[in-house]
Design a protein around this ligand. Structure first.
Ligand SMILES: Cc1ncc(COP(=O)(O)O)c(C=O)c1O
Length: 437
């Protein structure tokens, strides 16, 4: 399939005609990105001929494993039928109806293509419904690259301001100042900070948007009653609550984090695991809000590829497999085995580390602080993480360079593959203990 034989060579060619030689900057690795030639089950093969156990898994989009047979077959059948006709299909209805049945707050659902677009739609609905323009987001959470939310993901600490009242730090140049100043940033897991902001600005704020589990800074779980308090504070201040379930959706439970934690947002956003790697997303929520997007309603809703036949076929084949909760149960048991095994090793070898995981996603932070928000996540020892990653990469486990990234297992990963991660970690710890470094 490929004419060049190494990732470094392809990078040299690709980087001449496309900035960075990647189509999403997160795929840019030093010294060069790894380019893949094939992916199947839990494995990916690089064009360098190396076979890896994939722990990146499409940034959380692949939940059943690469090339899941049912998804593949359903998509192949759909290809036979047609693609983007400009008309709606029964399959799109079936997908929407599945989401409506699975997700507690999904009174109505609309489809789009990427998580970013679904976020744009949700924010437009929220602003139209409330007549307010400002939004609040949590530091360390990511909601795609739409200007109004493209702030304060991993801000440099010298620009981030005080922990309790973080500065709004744009991720990119080119974001309109008016949009940057329309956002207020709060720390994750801090209900009091949210209460303060909403009490002070409630008549200006349309919505609070949050990842119910902050996977975009690794794995940061909501503490205690945080999400319940968030629901109570938003409701009492008449501010909409938007759960960005692009990663948690269908993964943490069939009904996402909202089912798992028993908290109902006003609007939610889904993507990623919804179609096992095919591009599709959804906005779901309260009927009165969703009906604003009806043809002729207050809020427009558009997209050439919304509900395209291939993506809805993939979503249908994926969601029918995620409906019973068996896949999520399997992923949780794998994740527990991994996080328990790693935590025990770090304790035994006296290495300060925190290991978190849920629903197949996990991350290790080399720190002695409980990771509860972006600021505590940054206490991870990046150099030690890099050596840990190197040990796994050398043993053909594909891991991300960024210590604040989340890693993922799929239904195709085996207990044996997970136990091997624990063995490799033990070899790594033994080595650093004997070398004294
Ligand atoms: C929680 C969350 N929301 C939104 C997005 C944006 O989705 P997309 O990359 O499909 O635009 C992402 C992507 O990583 C995400 O993790």
């Amino acid at each position: 399939m490929v004419d060049v034989v190494s990732s470094s060579e392809l990078f040299r060619l690709y980087g001449r005609v496309s900035p960075g030689g990647v189509q999403s900057n997160i795929r840019f690795w030093v010294p060069n990105p790894i380019y893949f030639s094939r992916a199947l089950g839990s494995r990916v093969w690089s064009i360098d001929g190396v076979e890896y156990v994939d722990l990146i898994t499409g940034y959380g989009s692949v939940i059943l494993g690469h090339g899941d047979p049912l998804v593949k077959k359903t998509v192949e059948e759909a290809l036979e039928a047609g693609l983007t006709t400009g008309l709606e299909s029964e399959l799109a209805y079936k997908v929407v109806d599945l989401i409506h049945g699975m997700v507690p707050s999904a009174e109505m659902v609309r489809l789009s293509v990427t998580g970013t677009e679904a976020v744009m739609h949700a924010l437009m609905i929220a602003r139209a419904a409330t007549g307010r323009l400002r939004i609040v987001k949590a530091e360390g959470c990511y909601h795609g690259w739409y200007d109004q939310v493209y702030v304060s993901l991993h801000p440099p600490l010298d620009k981030a301001g005080p922990r309790d009242e973080p500065n709004v730090v744009p991720i990119s140049r080119g974001i309109h100042d008016a949009l940057v100043s329309s956002v207020i940033v709060v720390p994750f897991n801090d209900a009091d900070a949210l209460r303060r902001v909403l009490t002070k600005h409630k008549n200006e704020i349309a919505a609070f948007i949050i990842e119910p589990i902050c996977f975009n800074s690794g794995v940061i779980l909501p503490r205690g009653d945080y999400l319940r308090e968030v629901r109570e504070i938003t409701e009492s201040n008449n501010v909409l609550l938007i759960f960005d379930e692009v990663i948690t959706g269908f993964r943490i439970a069939p009904g996402g984090a909202q089912e798992y934690y028993g908290v109902k947002p006003d609007l939610s956003i889904f993507g990623k695991a919804m179609a096992n790697g095919f591009p599709i997303s959804a906005v779901a929520g309260r009927e009165d809000l969703m009906r604003l997007t009806e043809p002729g309603g207050l809020v427009s809703y558009a997209g050439t590829y919304n509900g395209n036949y291939i993506s809805v076929a993939a979503a249908y084949a994926t969601l029918t497999q995620l409906r019973s909760g068996d896949v999520q149960g399997y992923l949780n048991s794998l994740t527990n085995e991994l996080t328990r095994g790693l935590s025990r090793l770090f304790r035994d070898y006296d290495v300060e580390a925190r290991v978190y995981g849920i629903g197949g996603q996990f991350q290790v932070y080399f720190t002695n602080a409980d990771v509860v928000d972006y600021r505590t996540a940054t206490t991870t020892d990046a150099a030690l993480y890099s050596r840990f990653r190197e040990a796994l990469m050398n043993n053909h486990y594909l891991m991300h360079q960024d210590p604040l990234f989340h890693h993922g297992l799929t239904k195709a990963h085996t207990g044996e593959e997970v136990r091997r991660i624990i063995e490799i970690t033990e070899e790594f710890l033994r080595k650093i203990k004997t070398s004294g470094k």
